[in-house]
Design a binder for this molecule. Structure first.
Ligand code: V47
Ligand code: SF4
Length: 358
């Protein structure tokens, strides 16, 4: 009955309420949920499923925040701490740029380094831009941009303008975690508030910088916190239209200071499906294979997702926390995964334009 009513609402172009979303999270009928979400995904993107040739780079793991769920970060001087120079970053990128099928995007996120001035970040972006003029630079979460504005004394608008001028093209969606203040305070007391994350993101959109949005789920939060999180994202997207994709991030529990388990496959699929149904103003829902695993990501393509991210090459955040996947997949492997899900693989650029149809 519930699905009938919700299905009718969706077909009539009506939005789901927060109550609807909560009920969908609570259901065990994942088949009906998947069918509905998949129908909505097909309406938006047909049978297409996107992937990208990309590479992740973390400039440093030294971070003043030390979030309790983060196994990647270190304090200054601690064993395993690292900080890359721009030259080292360029050297990591070079082989993938000169490969027969070059990457089209670099994804850069890292810790909030206690000593780097704002110029370090600007020089990093400018240096990459100079070396690789055509590479799309997707860099820095709202958390990092807020930090840069604080250390530089510049306004958000000025900080974002300087980054853009140096060569930044878009921003990833990390740092959102769970917006609810009580949950957030237990997860990452030092991190900017959810409200501030939304404010920085709104500024980026206003500056013409497109971003993604994420939600870290499967730790101490309840369904109602997920719904609240999705609700706030939908509201901001109504105002700015600047989000490209939403990416639910499955919590990984190893080496962290939050007790917990790996998420279940059922919860992963449910979260993808409810996100697809609730976020009616987002074009894309990404099943990030690094966190979901190849097989659940593939299934997610039949539960509302239309994107599996990319080749990645090197991944430290998930793998520090007990990531179970490889660190990279070839484009051929991604294509195979997508095809076997009954979807049509489309290599995309950072703005979801087709690069090469397979
Ligand atoms: O912000 C940290 C999360 C995020 C853990 O925008 C953890 O296209 C699970 O945001 N278990 C970084 N997650 C990753 C991210 C991302 C990834 C891929 C694509 C895009 C995109 C964005 O990883 C952090 C944090 O929320 N994280 N620790 C953990 N133990
Ligand atoms: Fe720092 Fe980001 Fe890890 Fe938090 S999640 S400790 S802000 S690197």
């Amino acid at each position: 009955m519930m699905f009938k009513r919700i299905g009718e609402r969706i077909l009539a172009g009506k939005r789901l309420t927060e109550r609807d979303a909560l009920r969908l999270f609570e259901t065990d009928d994942i088949f009906s949920l998947g069918m509905l979400a998949s129908a909505v995904a097909e309406k938006k993107n047909g049978k297409k499923a996107y992937f990208i040739r990309n590479r992740h780079i973390n400039p440093t793991n030294i971070c003043v925040n030390r979030c309790r769920f983060c196994a990647f970060s270190r304090s200054r001087g601690q064993e395993g701490a690292f900080a890359l120079t721009t030259e080292e970053i360029i050297n990591k990128l070079r082989p993938q740029i000169h490969a027969p099928h070059p990457i089209s995007e670099v994804h850069i996120v890292g810790g909030l380094h206690p000593d780097w001035p704002f110029d370090y970040y600007l020089d990093m972006i400018a240096g990459i831009r100079r070396q690789f003029p055509k590479l799309h630079i997707k860099a820095f979460t709202a958390v990092e941009v807020d930090y840069m504005s604080r250390i530089s004394g510049l306004s958000l608008r000025e900080t974002l303008a300087a980054l853009k001028k140096s060569g930044l093209d878009s921003m990833p969606g990390g740092g959102a975690e769970i917006f609810d203040p009580a949950v957030r305070n237990r997860l990452c007391p030092e991190k900017i508030s959810g409200r501030r994350w939304l404010e920085v993101t709104a500024s980026a959109h206003k500056a013409g910088i497109r971003t993604n949005a994420t939600m870290l789920y499967g730790h101490i939060e309840k369904y109602e916190h997920r719904v609240d999180h999705l609700f706030r994202l939908r509201k901001l997207q109504d105002q700015t239209g600047g989000f490209q994709a939403f990416i639910p991030l499955a919590y990984h529990p190893k080496n962290t200071r939050i007790r917990g388990r790996y998420t279940s496959g059922i919860d992963d699929l449910k979260t993808i499906a409810v996100s697809r149904l609730f976020l009616d103003n987002f074009d894309h829902i990404k099943a990030y294979w690094i966190m979901l695993g190849e097989k659940i990501s593939q299934l997610a393509l039949r539960f509302g997702a239309d994107d599996v991210d990319g080749t990645i090459i090197e991944e430290k955040i998930t793998h520090s926390a007990g990531g179970l996947t490889a660190e990279q997949l070839t484009a051929d492997q991604l294509i195979h995964m997508i095809r076997k899900a009954g979807r049509v693989p489309v290599e995309r650029d950072s703005f979801y334009r087709r690069v090469r149809a397979k």
